[in-house]
Design a protein around this ligand. Structure first.
Ligand code: SAJ
Length: 426
């Protein structure tokens, strides 16, 4: 696809991956149609109102001026030269992959796609998905040999002030060399650097390596936190020292657990494939999952220890959680460890309250029912009232010095507050 040729690009799924990409491509003068299931979302996009933090209304307005249009009508696929699929791939209730959105998007494309169209899957998934599941559904009506199909993992880092669509290298792998050539040419029109892999499976695996790497290394330090506490060694201090090594080391730090839409999810997709195809588990991933999943319970155990030390039984102990999103300064609760943490504390009879500037109302699915809580107004006054305050997510808006002065007892799960008379670190 030569850069001077007109290109009509359809992007399926206008979420945190699809919308920034649609805006970026439109900035380069590409004709972009965004296809989404939600009429509300489509209307909002066409009205220039962005629902994605990394896309301002101004950026969206410029893209609309450049011809970006959003629609719920899949007939736009029939006019596309290229289609990029950016739909969610969450975990199913059994912990395995949920490819429902990928399947339905592929089938829908298959109803309208023209011969000669390039179709790229971006949703994170296990190696083999593009060839075995996505491509056959896209080729429902048009023979596969008349289509070009590729995989290119999304690498969006929500809230990242520096890396965006344009300057994040894009990995691309085709089911055929021709598909890879076309995908490289397409992405090159609006992304600075393209990295071509041997095939689609290598591109699928590259993404899983990136996030399994993080998952496993976070589990390593989460287990080291437990060992170091029992050994009476300050792990936070040791990590800070290790971090001075200028080569061959990347610091990870312990925490209350691993949340988000990527890190706790992607390794499970890899493990699923290994079990399904090879009949045994990916042991390192399963061990990391075991450690990271138990992190919230370890926090509870430590808090129980602290309450015992001050002679406060957990029954009716007033516990304040500070920061319930999965990481600082984002309003994202997906897989947040704050949920199992709060549930366990309630099970123990604690009176749990929370504060989070990004979460005015916190709804979470406790076993068998929904629990709805409202953030306390004044986190410092609440910390003064609580028997123990747990810093779960260290939003940068928190005045840590003020917090130390206010809290009766402060348990810091992020290692951002120096230990003191009333401050204990994970
Ligand atoms: N976490 C720790 N200790 C660490 C790092 C993270 O406990 O040392 C926890 C976080 O609190 C969070 C979870 O792990 O609950 C995931 O944190 P993350 O920093 O990996 O952030 P994510 O989930 O937003 O990961 C995304 C990923 N981006 C993509 O998949 C495109 C990841 O590949 C990026 O490396 C990461 O952002 C990033 O670097 O910010």
């Amino acid at each position: 696809m030569k850069s001077e040729e007109p290109l009509h690009l359809v992007i399926v799924g206008l979420g945190y991956v699809g919308l920034p990409m649609a805006v970026r491509a439109a900035q380069e003068g590409i004709r972009v149609t965004g296809l989404d299931l939600s009429q509300t979302l489509v209307d909002s996009v066409n009205a220039g109102r962005s629902h994605i933090g990394d896309v301002s209304d101004r950026m969206l307005g410029e893209a609309l001026t450049n011809g970006l249009q959003a629609t719920t009508d899949p007939v736009c696929i029939a006019e596309a030269d290229a289609v990029i699929v950016c739909v969610p791939t969450p975990l199913a209730d059994d912990g395995g992959p949920d490819l429902g959105a990928v399947r339905s998007a592929a089938w829908q494309i298959g109803q309208f796609v023209r011969p000669g169209t390039l179709v790229v899957l971006e949703s994170t998934t296990y190696p083999g998905t593009t060839e075995e599941i996505f491509a056959p559904l896209v080729a429902t009506k048009v023979p596969l040999e008349d289509l070009d199909i590729a995989f290119s993992p999304e690498r969006v880092n929500p809230g990242d002030p520096f890396f965006g669509v344009k300057n994040t290298p894009k990995v691309v792998g085709g089911l055929t060399p021709r598909a890879a050539d076309r995908a490289v040419a397409m992405y090159s029109r609006f992304i600075d650097r393209i990295v071509r892999t041997k095939g689609a499976a290598e591109a699928e695996l590259a993404k899983l390596i990136e996030n399994t790497f993080r998952h496993v290394n976070i589990a390593l330090v989460n287990e080291m936190a437990r060992l170091s506490h029992d050994l009476g060694i300050d792990l936070w201090d040791a990590i800070a020292a290790a971090e001075t090594k200028p080569f061959g080391f990347m610091a990870f730090r312990p925490g209350p657990g691993v949340g988000g839409h990527c890190i706790p999810v992607d390794p499970a997709y890899l493990n699923y494939r290994v079990r399904a195809r090879l009949g045994h588990s990916f042991r390192m991933v399963e061990l990391a999952e075991e450690i990271n999943h138990s992190a919230p319970m370890y926090v509870v155990a430590r808090v129980q220890e602290l309450l015992n030390l001050v002679g406060t039984p957990t029954i009716d102990a007033r516990v304040l959680l500070l920061g319930v999103t999965y990481k600082p300064d984002v309003a994202d609760l997906r897989e947040t460890p704050a949920e199992p943490l709060a549930d366990r504390l309630v099970e123990l009879g604690c009176s749990v309250s929370y504060h989070d500037p990004f979460v005015p109302v916190w709804q979470r699915r406790t076993p068998g029912e929904w629990t709805t809580m409202t953030s306390v107004e004044d986190e410092y006054a609440a910390a003064c009232e609580a028997d123990v305050t747990i810093l779960v997510t260290n939003h940068h808006s928190y005045d840590l010095k003020r917090l130390v002065g206010a809290a009766q007892l402060l348990f810091d799960t992020r290692g951002v507050i120096p230990p003191g008379d009333n401050v204990v670190r994970l």
